[in-house]
Design a protein around this ligand. Sequence first.
Ligand SMILES: Cc1cc2nc3c(=O)[nH]c(=O)nc-3n(C[C@H](O)[C@H](O)[C@H](O)COP(=O)(O)OP(=O)(O)OC[C@H]3O[C@@H](n4cnc5c(N)ncnc54)[C@H](O)[C@@H]3O)c2cc1C
Length: 465
Amino acid sequence: MELELEENTIYQTFLSELEGKIQILAPGIDGYEESIRRRSTAAEKHAAAVIFPRTTDEVSKIVKVARANRIEFVVCCGWQSAGCASSIENGIVIDLRKMNTVTVHEESKTLTVQGGCTWADVNEEASRWGLATVGGIVNHTSVGGHILGGGYGWLTARNGLAIDNLLEAELVLADGSIVQASSIENPDLFWAIRGAGASFAIATSFTLQAHYQLNPVWSGKLIFTADKLPSIVEFANRHHERAEDQGFIFGFMCPPAGFKPVIIAVPFYNGTQEDAKKYFKELLDIGPVIDQTSWMPYEQANATFNDHVSFGARKSSGSSTVKAPFTLSLLQAVFDEFARFIGSNRDAGVERSLVVFTLIPYKKIREVKLEDMAYANRGDYYNADVWLRWKDPALDHKARAFARAMSERIHQIGRTAKDQGVGAYANNAEHQLDAMGLFGVNTDQLVELKKKYDPDNVFRTWRDV
Ligand SMILES: Cc1cc2nc3c(=O)[nH]c(=O)nc-3n(C[C@H](O)[C@H](O)[C@H](O)COP(=O)(O)OP(=O)(O)OC[C@H]3O[C@@H](n4cnc5c(N)ncnc54)[C@H](O)[C@@H]3O)c2cc1C
């Protein structure tokens, strides 16, 4: 039942403590319903209040008020979490969307990015200076969750993960104090936030290394019919053998027109169109039924997938990893299983679900040792994700169970060796694995640091470390 504003004690507490200086929405106020929207409708919860700070000091004040009054809170940046990590029933949401300034430092080629930016904000501003940093392949995701959990992008092959390009962060800790974390200041905290950051603090700004990105890139969408899977697998293996900084994503989907399962592929070439077409010739020769590839600005390449992973509908994601060389028999089995699930649940609105294999070369990722940062998913393998999407709440349990089972099924394709990373990406794993499953060899140190920086486990909705 919706509370009247006068009875909403949480709202009233913040209204008086913040002296009306910071925007607060609550049930009954215009804009509130919009503010609790999430990419997955299943993750929409009724917060008692949604608060929109504009500065680090305001974030600090909000945290202090919340802690003093024992009010639970979550932090929200890009509204992406299908596992409800950025939504809350009755508590408050600290929504960072107004903290979206990007400052370019030309001389050092670095970017200072406020904690509420989307990757679209960052790409747009950096591109004005001929720069880019490692950011998400979908540009409506935000810097906050992405960087703090690791951060893959098309530039990963050249420059590593987003955390490998993170030089410094400004953080608000669980007690409301404001600190800097870098290799010089609070290095233990800096270690923790590079991979498990959302379990430690609110990042109000990041300083990121940028790189020259002066040329357009060749990318875009290709669609192939199901019978082309053997050739796609062959190409994927060729790509694995010779890729330097070229990326290749392929996946399975069943678009609504007939629910006929097809293969989607997105190539990425950071160079001239001629060279791109040479590198991807064998892929293009397979004969796509739709070809939307072109030479385009880097920031546009990061919007290619946006339509396939848009807001609306209920969602669940599962994380897995695959090791090359890929075998047709196993990929065919995954394709068939996925197609069967979609076909038998078409009335529940499952169209536009995806299984995606992200073949971004991992050599650069492997240059950082597993123990060097909290992030523990560095290995000789590629990420594979299951992104289910459905409309009927009656399918919730079945769909989530399928996403988990499918992730496990894919993982068996490339069960990783013990000396490698955990083989799961925490940012996509939802609640599939515990801390040990996500942070492996780094778990004990994380647990120790948690006692130091967040002893009451205030930041626990992303991962309960
Ligand atoms: C459609 C889609 C595409 C994706 N593509 C990629 C990709 O290309 N590469 C990749 O590596 N990952 C990708 N991911 C995974 C993505 O990085 C994670 O889902 C990430 O957590 C999203 O963060 P967000 O801030 O956008 O979402 P939110 O739901 O707002 O936040 C997710 C978590 O991070 C916390 N958080 C957010 N901002 C902050 C902050 N400033 N300080 C502290 N905590 C914060 C939240 O509290 C929450 O726990 C994708 C996910 C989706 C859904």
